[in-house]
Design a protein around this ligand. Structure first.
Ligand code: APR
Length: 192
């Protein structure tokens, strides 16, 4: 199915720190134990404070964390001061060369976050570039997979009107911006 320009127009790539962005839901690039870590996970935990660690601890106890390719929502803790209603912890795949289901797992993360946001009636969601740090997913492939998965999920979630792809580094930002532009041009061409 050809993507619609309108769906892609709901996605924006920007350069920055996700803990400073206003959105109903802030997505975290977590690990399956929801045990916290470095990178964006560390930054989100520092900004959200102890309430977030406590919510993650409870989820570990009650459901054993979160499997790769899935996502789970918690309180936003102190990020509520910026308007966030939830942190959605998405567990991206660790890169093992690309033929161990990594693209499917990465796409599934993005899709599950949009589904959770739609269920909770959140209108805006901010994503980091999941798996492109410690987990080693090549950035160019990740940009393609993430934009395609977001466009697909948003086509089924009309209430999610704004998705921000918050890129911490210049390379991810350029790749995501170019991928979005390419898909928008393709969509407009096929729409005539
Ligand atoms: N805002 C937005 N993006 C950020 C920020 C931030 N404050 N800090 C880092 N990033 C970016 C990185 O530049 C990278 O592109 O987030 C992307 C994902 O990198 P990681 O945080 O390393 O996440 P990931 O590759 O998915 O690995 C997850 O790392 O921190 C641990 O607990 C986490 O075990 C899990 C693993």
């Amino acid at each position: 199915m050809t993507e619609k320009g309108e769906t892609l127009d709901r996605i924006e790539a920007l350069r920055g720190d996700i803990t400073l962005v206003r959105a109903d839901a802030i997505v975290n690039a977590a690990n399956s134990a929801l045990a916290g870590g470095g990178g964006v996970d560390g930054a989100i935990h520092r900004a959200a404070g102890p309430a977030l660690a406590e919510a993650c601890r409870k989820l570990r106890e009650t459901r054993g964390g979160c499997p790769t390719g899935d996502a789970v929502a918690t309180t936003a803790g102190a990020l509520a001061a910026l308007g966030a209603k939830a942190v959605i912890h998405a567990v991206g795949p660790i890169w093992h060369g690309g033929s161990a289901g990594e693209p499917e797992a990465l796409a599934s993360c993005y899709r599950r976050c949009v589904e959770l946001a739609a269920e909770a009636r959140y209108e805006s969601v901010a994503f980091p570039n999941i798996s492109t740090g410690v987990y080693g997913y090549p950035k160019e492939s990740a940009a393609r997979v993430s934009v395609a998965a977001l466009a697909d999920a948003l086509s089924r979630a009309p209430s999610v009107v704004r998705v921000l792809l918050v890129c911490f580094d210049e390379e991810n930002f350029e790749l995501c911006r170019a991928e979005l532009a390419r898909r928008k041009t393709e969509a407009r061409r096929s729409e005539g």
